[in-house]
Write a protein that binds this ligand. Structure first.
Ligand SMILES: C[S@@+](CC[C@H](N)C(=O)[O-])C[C@H]1O[C@@H](n2cnc3c(N)ncnc32)[C@H](O)[C@@H]1O
Length: 229
């Protein structure tokens, strides 16, 4: 089974419990980190936005509150998109959700002002191709992803705790492998400057940058053409 198939099936399986597990597992902190991503991306004053690997639509709904044009959310897991569509029935902010693969986005070049992706890029099988696509369809790209804390002691403590704490959720969700994958993929994924250099290789923008969140447990990366900070 390819990595993409494994990921898609895993998210289909956990989709009904995803929001609850996300809140409990992160002790609610994912909401703060997502707010930070949204704040940064809104500095671009986007009219339209595409949220990739949207999951149940957290970022897309928030963006729609501030973007007067069209906001779309795509994900390759039908289960996650079904949850997002269910939420949209109770949400006054109209977002269009579609099943689509980041590696082959069904949009023409620069169709959106910005693309965002939160906790999704780590899962994309062909990272170079995924980044190329995010940059192709928009004028600015904003990425939130787990990474490695910069301080060595904090890094050891953090991954040590994660290995004790996270498997408990695997038991609850009956997808132990999903939570083992969360730890191993976060530990191995490039972060900070290393990730920025991969972005530079695959996207043509003038400005690239990043900001660590919570000591480097996560990072927000951006690529755009104007200095806004
Ligand atoms: C950890 S969830 C993040 C969901 C949401 N963005 C959030 O922050 O809560 C990762 C999502 O990435 C999606 N995903 C992974 N690879 C993808 C791809 N190649 N194309 C589209 N979606 C993908 C999965 O289906 C899953 O919904």
């Amino acid at each position: 089974m390819s990595k993409a198939q494994f990921i898609r099936l895993m998210f289909n399986d956990i989709s009904p419990k995803y929001d609850l597990l996300n809140d409990v597992l992160s002790l609610g902190t994912h909401r703060l980190w997502k707010k930070k991503l949204i704040r940064l991306s809104l500095q671009d004053k986007p009219v339209s936005a595409l949220d990739c690997a949207t999951g149940t639509g957290d970022i897309a709904f928030e963006l729609k509150k501030n973007c007067p044009g069209s906001v779309m959310g795509i994900d390759f897991s039908q289960g996650m998109i079904d949850q997002a569509i269910e939420r949209s029935k109770r949400n006054p902010h109209q977002v269009e959700f579609r099943v689509a693969d980041i590696e082959k986005l069904p949009f023409t070049d620069k169709s959106f002002d910005i693309t965002t992706i939160s906790f999704g890029i780590r899962n994309v099988e062909n990272l170079d191709q995924g980044l190329k696509e995010l940059g192709r369809v928009a004028r600015g790209v904003y990425i939130l992803e787990f990474g490695r804390p910069q301080n060595n002691l904090f890094k050891k403590l953090y991954f040590g705790l994660l290995k004790l704490y996270v498997p408990l959720f695997g038991l609850v969700s009956k997808r132990k492998d999903a939570y083992e994958y969360l730890i191993s993929s976060s530990e191995a994924f490039p972060s900070g400057e290393e990730f920025v250099s991969i972005m530079k290789k695959n996207m043509s923008f003038k400005i690239f940058g990043y900001t660590p969140v919570f000591g480097g447990i996560a990072y927000i990366y951006y690529a755009r053409n104007e200095e806004l900070l």
